[in-house]
Design a binder for this molecule. Structure first.
Ligand code: 6PG
Length: 258
């Protein structure tokens, strides 16, 4: 079992089932949003795609959670995107708009989708990186520092669209790059670990028995993209349900009972 320093800076929180898991994620989201807004006047968050975060977005879109966030101070980005039109059912932007952004009083200009309608994934990645630097007002030698990056994880240990064994995982200079889902021609645009690990907080939201082996391996420090998520100067929170935490031997920060 890896016991590197980063293991000491992370929280592994296990919730009994999906409802409690999503509730804990909503609480983390709100607390970090309120802290960011009171400290810096805005909350910058990168949202994950996939199916796991949908119930979280739906929870945040309605009272009482919705009313606890100053949505006019929130900037939303996407930690990865499928290179499909924004109205495609496969689009992460489309899913997040459907579950959350269409239901809360955000400024439209503070929602930052990846431009997937023209050009190539590589051009879209470069444009997204330029947009990030502009919003965060950082130059070419600095890295934008998100208040929160929300991630899921695949059964193979991928995060965002950083798939095991692909070049995008080992990218050390760019903040946003193109990638392709292995074994398919599905093209993606994704944050790199350089950008993810600059965040004040990275929060994994993972559920289900199918993820248990990848969770155990990642927390043990095996060579999976998820294991490479180690915020340089930030917090790392693993929010798991009992099923996905099944094989975890590393210290669990707290196991919340119903
Ligand atoms: C995506 C996500 C991806 C996702 C994992 C887990 O665009 O699909 O960013 O990294 O988080 O594949 O997906 P599920 O939550 O659907 O299991």
């Amino acid at each position: 079992m890896a016991t590197d320093m980063s293991a000491d800076r992370r929280e592994v929180i296990v919730l009994p089932e999906q409802g409690a898991l999503v509730g804990a994620a909503a609480r983390q989201f709100i607390d970090r949003a309120r802290d960011a807004v009171s400290t810096r006047g805005i909350f910058t968050v990168a949202l994950s795609g996939g199916s796991t975060p949908r119930p979280l977005y739906e929870l945040l879109s309605a009272a009482p959670y919705k009313d606890e966030i100053d949505w006019e101070k929130v900037h939303v980005f996407f930690s990865d995107e499928r290179f499909v039109p924004p109205d495609s059912s496969a689009s992460n932007y489309h899913m997040v708009c459907d579950c959350l952004l269409s239901k809360v009083p955000m400024f439209e200009r503070f929602v930052h989708p990846v431009a997937t309608e023209n050009g190539t994934p590589g051009e879209a990645a470069a444009l997204y990186e330029e947009g990030l630097r502009r919003v965060f007002a950082v130059g070419l030698t600095e890295v934008p520092r998100f208040d929160l990056v929300l991630l899921g994880m695949g059964e193979d240990g991928h995060i965002a669209s950083l798939f095991p064994g692909t070049q995008a995982v080992s990218e050390e200079d760019r903040l946003v790059v193109e990638s392709t889902v292995p074994g398919t021609n599905a093209r993606r645009v994704t944050f790199t670990l350089k950008l993810i690990n600059a965040a004040r907080c990275v929060m994994f939201l993972i559920e289900g028995r199918a993820k248990a082996e990848a969770v155990r391996r990642a927390l043990d420090g095996d060579a999976l993209p998820a294991a490479l998520v180690r915020p340089t100067n930030g917090e790392l929170v693993w929010l798991l349900d009992e099923s996905s935490a099944g094989g975890v031997a590393v210290p669990v920060t707290r196991r919340q009972t119903l």
